[in-house]
Design a protein around this ligand. Structure first.
Ligand code: UD1
Ligand code: CA
Length: 466
């Protein structure tokens, strides 16, 4: 059986009230269309054709993949017209086998599970049938209704064309169909737009199949949310919650502890080792990998981060494009910026910012420091308020701090500068030249006390003028 997949993505999405094409709005950190393409790929089709229209150039620019073909639909004259535009890309359709299928998906229906589509495809393919994915809705308003006679599907009638009796039908067309490829061009060629909306309805091929003696079958997905589409920001927000809950359930399933599965957001891929615990309000973006025995405190943001086993990240820490070693202690209120690489047993405390800094095993910057463009050795102690002055207004320069250095509080290290192994920097120093190994280096004005000093006295006020 050879499978084509056509993804309809030409619609405007007026109700989104946005300049961004509807199918590019993000859900769980990825465009709606990217979810549908990932689902399509999971079915290992022969080819995938994306039908674009509104914002089509932006859609193509944002949608990568050598396995994708695109067809432009302009103007948009209905779902049947949309699939017609894909026909030239569906090569060799005259020589297809009887079981070959073309699956139609919608670019704005992001959460369909591959298993539900596999069941539809298997049923349609086994019976050489036209397969429709249907659901039963308590309120079917707006949807195409599945009309059955003696239990057999005979046609689909759109809401706007339906009689009162037909509108009472609660089994609806989700829009997802598996069509015998050999019949596709013939049926599409016979569509007309003589209906309430003046559109070429893909749904009209159901009655054609029945007339041609092709069986029509319907299967149902595992859950109704798999078939919900996005037409508004409200629907987008609802499906975002569904997607997040699914991710949270999958994490719980594989043993991750979540303080509240309703208060974690994964906008990308989060992979967790054994015995990982995540408190409320955390956001994970891009690719985040957490090793074993990791604790993430409340309200942390991690984007493209790899954290090794045994590390604790305390509340309100923000970490981006960084590698955190084993048994580190981060935060609360730490900001770890791109290019930071921490070895094991490193402590980065409150209000410490690091950027493009490699910090060796057992080193500590516990309070109120900026460590940027720096190479820091092992067992270094960076005192409170230490600043690496990496920027001269034009260029960035490196600070090198070798093993075992002790930097006293409130020191400024003016890069480029090197502190040799075991150097000891007196508190409050401004270091502009190399500090030699194993010695105390400091820059400090002598402390003085002025014996003759008197506290200022308040001047008498001028008499008010009368
Ligand atoms: C369609 C179905 C209806 C079904 C409903 C499920 C038809 C005629 N009707 O109705 O039976 O219950 O979906 O949501 O098929 N699109 C294009 N080009 C077009 C028109 C639509 O690419 O010319 C795309 C849209 O971007 C969207 C999808 O097709 O992703 C469905 O279009 P929409 O207008 O929402 O279809 P409905 O009229 O709601
Ligand atoms: Ca719709």
């Amino acid at each position: 059986m050879s499978l084509n997949i056509v993804i309809l993505a030409a619609g405007q999405g007026k109700r989104m009230n946005s300049a961004l094409p509807k199918v590019l709005h993000p859900l769980a950190g990825r465009p709606l269309l990217a979810h549908v393409i990932a689902t399509a790929r999971a079915l290992h089709p022969e080819r995938i054709v994306v039908v674009d229209g509104h914002g089509g150039d932006a859609v193509r620019a944002a949608t990568q993949g050598s396995d994708l073909q695109f067809a432009r639909q302009e103007p948009q004259l209905g779902t049947g017209h949309a699939v017609m535009q894909a026909l030239p890309a569906l090569a060799e359709i005259v020589t297809v086998g009887q079981a070959d299928l073309t699956l139609v998906l919608y670019g704005d229906v992001p959460l369909t599970r591959p298993a539900s589509l596999q069941a539809l495809i298997a049923a349609a393919s086994a019976q050489h049938a036209l397969g429709i994915l249907t659901v039963h809705l308590p309120d079917p308003t707006g949807y195409g209704r599945i009309v059955r006679e003696a239990g057999q599907v005979t046609r689909i009638v759109e809401h706007k064309d339906a009689s009162a009796a037909e509108r009472a039908i609660v089994e609806v067309n989700t829009g997802i169909m598996a069509i015998p490829t050999g019949h596709l061009a013939g049926w599409l060629g016979r569509l007309s737009n003589g209906n309430a909306q003046g559109e070429y309805y893909l749904t009209d091929i159901v009655a054609m199949a029945v007339a041609d003696g092709v069986p029509v079958i319907a299967t149902q997905p595992g859950a109704v949310w798999e078939t919900l589409g996005v037409n508004s920001k409200i629907q987008l927000a609802e499906l975002e919650r569904v997607a997040q809950r699914n991710t949270a359930d999958a994490l719980l399933e594989q043993g991750t502890t979540l303080a509240d599965p309703a208060r974690i957001d994964v906008r990308g891929m989060l992979s967790c080792g054994r015995d990982v615990s995540i408190d409320v309000g955390c956001v994970f973006e891009g690719d985040v990998v957490l090793g074993n025995d990791i604790v993430i405190g409340p309200n942390c943001v991690l984007k493209n981060v790899h954290v090794r086993a045994g590390t604790v990240i305390n509340a309100f820490s923000h970490i981006e494009d960084a590698e955190i070693g084993a048994f580190c202690r981060i935060g609360p209120y730490a900001r770890i910026r791109p290019g930071t690489v921490l070895d094991e047993h490193v402590h980065i405390g409150n209000f410490v910012e690091t950027k493009n800094a490699q910090i060796g095993a057992g080193s500590k910057a516990n309070h109120l420091s900026y460590v940027g463009d720096s190479t820091v050795g092992k067992s270094v102690n960076i005192g409170a308020g230490t600043i690496t002055c990496n920027y001269d207004g034009v260029n960035k320069h490196r600070t090198v701090i070798e093993d075992g250095v002790f930097v006293g509080s409130d020191s400024t290290l003016v890069a480029p500068v090197t502190l040799r192994a075991g150097a000891y920097i007196g508190a409050g120093s401004t270091i502009t030249r190399e500090a030699p190994a194993g010695k105390l280096t400091l820059t400090r004005a002598k402390q003085a006390t002025i014996d003759a000093w008197k506290p200022p006295v308040k001047k008498p006020k001028d008499e008010p003028k009368t």
